[in-house]
Design a protein around this ligand. Structure first.
Ligand code: F6R
Length: 247
């Protein structure tokens, strides 16, 4: 297996990345209308969601039987908070296509008891999973979901303290750094690896170094995304900037 099981699609720029990613998801939903889509938030998939909404509006996509499972949510934030991932999904996708809300799942950030929140989400994932396709972005420190560098690969949903690097990267979405929640609930690496296929989206020069490490460096929990080298069906869609340290 190893890195050879990965397909790397080199695209020109973010616009093209967004179209290719949307086409991959559209193909999935068209061929299997009751697909389980593992979905991500952050800046990278925004353009993909825009393209999916356009396809839906044009009558080319039907989400009525689709289930979505989100990777993560900030602990302490609920869908009424504009920085929450539940709000993000509502704004970018859920409210704009014909998804059945009963089949959209995000960890419950408003549950203060971490154990309860994680257990509840694991029950959902056991019931509806595994994902047919899991969309991922990559953090500057190599995180996937909010699985930060660690000394082991966490299996299922857990509560994590966000790294300084992640807080710095995500503060752009908040009024001030102090408002970035210090913890989040995230799907575990084991669950991500049990997805039938993985779609990793990477854009921009500032991700070039970590992308190279993740795809070609040693597989280590110090670079959580490196575990993807062991997944049998990974598609990486990356733009020229993100791939500038590879080849
Ligand atoms: C988001 C998520 C994160 C992001 C990563 C990259 O649900 O799980 O792992 O994918 O932090 O974020 P962006 O795309 O904003 O660079």
């Amino acid at each position: 297996m190893g890195v050879k099981a990965m397909r790397i699609y080199r695209v020109k720029d973010y616009e093209q990345l967004s179209k290719v990613a949307a086409n991959r998801i559209a193909a999935q939903v068209t061929l299997k209308p009751d697909s389980v889509l593992g979905v991500a938030t952050g800046s990278t998939p925004v353009g993909m969601y825009e393209n999916l909404v356009k396809m839906y509006e044009g009558g080319d996509l039907d989400f009525s039987q689709v289930t979505t499972i989100n990777l993560d949510e900030y602990k302490g934030l609920g869908k009424e908070s504009s920085q929450s991932y539940a709000y993000y999904m509502e704004e970018k996708l859920f409210s704009k296509v014909n998804l059945n809300r009963k089949r959209t799942f995000v960890p419950d950030g408003t549950e203060p008891d971490s154990e309860k929140a994680c257990q509840a989400y694991n029950e959902v994932l056991h019931r509806v999973g595994p994902a047919d396709i899991q969309v991922l972005g990559i953090g500057h420190d190599g995180h996937i979901g909010f699985n930060e560098p660690a000394d082991y690969f966490p299996d299922e949903t857990h509560c994590v303290a966000l790294d300084e690097m992640t807080i710095q990267a995500n503060k752009r979405f908040f009024e001030s750094e102090a408002e970035v929640p210090g913890e989040s609930y995230t799907m575990g690496i084991g669950t991500i690896m049990r997805a039938k296929s993985i779609l990793l989206l990477v854009s921009g020069a500032e991700k070039a170094g970590i992308l190279k490490k993740a795809l070609y460096g040693p597989v280590t929990p110090g670079v959580p995304a490196s575990i993807l080298q062991f997944h049998p069906d990974v598609t990486v869609i990356a733009d020229e900037e993100a791939l500038k340290e590879i080849e």
